[in-house]
Write a protein that binds this ligand. Structure first.
Ligand code: GTP
Ligand code: SPV
Ligand code: MN
Length: 594
């Protein structure tokens, strides 16, 4: 950058300029650069990052515009234990969040931010979560000392001049401050101050901890706001399922991290399901409002995908592979001698050698994965071959069904439908899943993860359940609520449902239930409605009848044990838990005992 580029703010917004100066007095960068989001800026920053090794070039013929990044080995996933919600009253964050008082958090983090950018440039990134001109949208400004963050935000949000224009002279923006500092886990904190519309993140360079528009703003801070403003900020994909008549049913689905949102959002039906098509609206976050027609309308506030690389293949997710062929940032994957990228589960031959995610020489016999299990790609959404024509509609899309789901080796059947909206909220509140590599902690351990929002709900989860219940009161045509589980295993630990593209069969039953179609018959069980015999189209699928029965079996004893677990979990919320949740739990137990 030239020095004139560096110092000239691209906004005359005095609130912004004053705040940037104040943060710079604390972090003491050598220079400050206001981003405009232009192509030229991207090229200059990329070239600069190559000289420091922050990014590495990839094969320009086969992967045009793509780059590689490796995080520090201690910095490969979200650190939930170091993530705090800082509100004046502790009870407001509830038993599932870490809390710090705002004065204590500001003081503690200021000590780490102090001088943390000296010798570095502070980049000022204005960004829109949502589309310009939409009443859904929120503006944020992130200050960071990482080019990796700038280039990721450029893909994941509408960033630069478009955001300066949208903001104008307003002081209504989320103040996001990030510094890598020394990447020391002992000095790593991700703190949210919803009462001040502020986020401070220090000591990390990993996606979910540092791309502050994503989980921090669009979920934790937005969920807090949405409770007050009467809308929903959710960890959900949004897709449109097109049927043989060309009708499109919009569905939002919440699965915990690394449990299949990106895959479902980009699903390609198998050849045995001709005439069906999935359109991607979003793969991770949904902002949902009640429209003038009284229905729930959903918008994806992001502009890109920050997806899990391992397991992504022509077989599992061909659309994702096509999306990442250009202009993509790869994080913690293998680099081959041809400057191509590779990860476990990719099609074709395993490279004989390469550089692993730690930056060390690697061969298939090294005895450890070459790509980190939480390796990621960052790619522009518009590059996705199945991106919905509606994905940037400022009104969003009308939602007919909401799906909750988790990774459960046992217990939860392939699919069931709740009896009504309130029961559906209960179904979401009772979600659980086995831990994945997307967050630090013991892999495989089953943990309760209501609505897949456990790590992302910015306020007391008991109040969050109440908010969902009250949204149900307000919508005139509430979406139907379902639960799915693609991850049932047999006694050898093998998945018994083929998943991926075959999941369209379940989506079809869901859409047909929404349309009230005759063929979508259901049978009542103690936990909800499950497809009657023959209602799921299983034609062309080579699965033994016994397996189908197993996939839809309700094990009463196991469910009673689950009820006992749920009582313990809900007890944590004390008197703040809505009475409806306890009533639903009692009703479930009664139905199971009958
Ligand atoms: P985040 O980006 O962390 O929020 O994850 P996500 O929910 O978008 O998960 P993603 O679609 O990236 O899938 C994560 C892992 O689950 C990948 O390894 C997939 O291959 C695997 N997966 C996705 N769908 C299925 C499925 O239907 N069956 C099975 N067995 N695995 C699946
Ligand atoms: C998740 O972990 O749910 C992700 C990736 O989508 S991150 O942005 O790191 O949160
Ligand atoms: Mn996610």
């Amino acid at each position: 950058m030239t020095s004139t580029d560096q110092n000239k703010p691209k906004t005359s917004n005095q609130t912004v300029i004053d705040w940037v100066e104040k943060m710079a007095r604390m972090t003491r960068p050598d220079s400050i650069y206001f981003c405009d989001g232009s192509e030229r800026e991207k090229e200059q920053l990329t070239a600069q990052s190559f000289t420091t090794g922050e990014l590495e070039p990839l094969n320009p013929q086969k992967l045009p515009g793509c780059v590689l990044h490796r995080t520090a080995p201690n910095d490969v996933a979200r650190t939930e234990g170091l993530t705090f919600i800082c509100t004046s009253v502790k009870e407001d964050v509830g038993p599932t969040n870490n809390w710090m008082s705002p004065p204590e958090a500001y003081k503690k983090l200021a000590a780490i931010f102090e001088g943390s950018m000296s010798g570095r440039t502070m980049y000022v990134i204005p960004f829109i979560m949502g589309v310009p001109g939409s009443s859904f949208s929120k503006i944020g400004i992130e200050l960071t000392d990482s080019i990796y963050v700038v280039l990721n935000m450029r893909i994941m949000t509408r960033m630069g001049q478009v955001a300066w224009n949208e903001l104008g002279d307003s002081s209504d923006f989320t103040r996001c401050l990030h510094s890598k500092a020394d990447l020391n886990m002992e000095r790593r904190f991700i703190c949210h101050f919803p009462e001040d519309n502020t986020i401070w993140s220090v000591g990390s360079g990993y996606g979910g901890n540092v791309l502050l528009g994503k989980k921090c703003l669009a979920l934790r801070v937005a969920s807090h706001l949405s409770q007050r403003e009467g809308w929903l900020a959710e960890h959900m994909l949004i897709l449109g399922l097109e049927d043989r008549q060309g009708r499109i049913t919009y569905i939002a689905a919440a699965f915990p991290s690394a449990c299949g949102k990106t895959n479902l959002a980009m699903l390609i039906p198998p050849v045995t399901q001709p005439g069906y098509r999935v359109w991607t609206v979003g793969d991770d976050i949904a902002w949902m409002r009640i429209g003038p027609d009284g229905r729930l309308w959903a918008l994806n506030p992001e502009a890109g995908f920050f997806g899990v690389a391992p397991g992504t293949s022509k077989q599992s997710n061909p659309n994702a592979l096509k999306t990442v062929r250009k202009n993509t940032i790869f994080t913690n994957v293998v680099k081959t001698p041809e400057d191509m990228v590779w990860w476990e589960g990719l099609d074709g031959d395993t490279p004989a050698e390469g550089i692993d995610w730690r930056g060390k020489p690697w061969t298939p016999s090294s005895g450890h994965p070459g790509a980190h299990p939480n390796a990621r790609f960052t790619a522009p959404a518009f590059q996705c071959p199945c991106i919905s024509p509606e994905w940037e509609n400022p009104q969003g899309v009308p939602i007919s069904a909401i799906i909750f789901g988790g990774r459960r080796a046992h217990l939860a059947p392939l699919v069931y439908q709740s009896f009504n909206f309130q029961h559906g909220v209960f179904v979401g509140a009772t979600m659980a899943s086995e831990r994945t590599a997307a967050q630090y902690g013991k892999l495989g351990e089953v943990r309760r993860d209501p609505m897949a929002m456990l790590p992302f709900c910015g306020y007391n989860m008991a109040d969050y359940f109440q908010h969902w219940l009250s949204m149900g009161q307000k919508v005139s045509k509430a979406p139907l609520i379902f639960h799915v589980n693609w991850f049932r295993t047999d006694d050898k630990g093998e998945f018994i449902w083929p998943g991926f593209g075959e999941n369209v069969r379940v989506l079809r039953w869901i859409a047909e239930r929404c349309a009230g179609a005759d063929r979508a018959q259901a049978r009542q069980t103690p936990i909800g409605y499950i497809p009657s015999d023959g209602a799921l189209d299983l034609s062309g699928l080579d699965i033994p009848q016994g397996t189908i029965e197993e996939l839809l079996r309700i094990d009463t004893e196991a469910w009673l044990a689950e009820v006992a677990e749920l009582r313990k979990f809900f007890f944590k919320f004390g008197a703040r838990l809505p009475a409806e949740i306890n009533a639903e739990l009692d009703a479930l137990e009664q139905r199971l005992r009958r």
